[in-house]
Design a protein around this ligand. Structure first.
Ligand code: MG
Length: 248
């Protein structure tokens, strides 16, 4: 493929649109968590482990601007009913508002869904065999996704090819910085204790690839069914992980 690929020792992989369809996250995972909020809180609302999270959610509800409940919302002892809390959380999800406690709650709901077999990650067909081959060949594999590390591990633990977590040696989320910031890739190279030029980053996002390339990483643009059609520019275009050649 391109010059320099023979020096690659680490492969850093995006998830959505790269190893699994964007639709799995957008059309399966998020609606699943949204629909399960109420039944989950109904069955687990009294669990001692859940109390710190619930108190964060209640606090977020109190500090939100409830049009008809503004007076009540100022009372720090005020708790929302289960219905009120669920409506509020669904509004946050629909508005794509980031709230750590909500993210954690979604993670717990997905955990339950994966554990009882209702959720399973539909990795693209070429992904499991290629990751296994790379791993066997001695390449170091890592994940970089905007989903939390906990969510990434859940996704790979319950894939259509079984538990693939042992193939990965490192997991990065936005705690390493935004995926469109070149500095994030230097931070990751630093964590991996390897020079940027020895890392190949694979993603379906041109902005992410541009950032990685600006920091000296090799890049591949992932074109997959369900992704918007884009010109890969200066990035190597692949339709499958199998197309990546590290030697030659
Ligand atoms: Mg992506």
């Amino acid at each position: 493929m391109n010059t320099g690929m023979s020096s690659i020792s680490h492969v850093l992989l995006d998830i959505e649109g790269t190893t699994c369809p964007v639709s799995f996250v957008a059309a399966t995972l998020f609606p699943y968590a949204r629909a399960r909020l109420q039944p989950f809180l109904q069955s687990h609302g009294q669990d001692p482990d859940l109390q710190p999270l619930l108190s964060d959610l209640n606090a977020a509800w109190r500090s939100a601007d409830h049009e008809t409940e503004k007076q009540q919302s100022k009372d720090p002892s005020q708790h929302p009913s289960l219905d009120q809390l669920c409506i509020f959380l669904q509004q946050l999800i629909d508005a794509d508002r980031k709230l750590t406690a909500l993210k954690d709650l979604q993670g717990l709901i997905w955990n339950e869904g994966y554990a009882d077999g209702q959720l399973r990650t539909p990795l693209f067909n070429d992904v499991p065999p290629t990751l296994k081959r790379w791993h066997a060949d001695g390449l170091h594999l890592a994940v970089y996704s905007s989903g939390s590390v906990a969510a990434q591990q859940l996704l790979y633990a319950h894939s259509n090819a079984g538990d693939l977590r042992p193939l990965f040696s490192a997991w990065f989320d936005t705690r390493s910085g935004p995926k469109q910031d070149p500095a994030s890739y230097l931070q990751i190279a630093n964590s991996l204790a390897v020079s940027a030029a020895r890392i190949l980053f694979v993603s379906d996002s041109l902005a992410e690839l541009d950032a990685a390339q600006a920091s000296g990483l090799a890049t591949c643009f992932s074109r997959r069914a369900g992704n918007p059609d884009q010109n890969p520019g200066s990035h190597n275009l692949i339709n499958s992980l199998e197309e990546i050649q590290f030697t030659g």
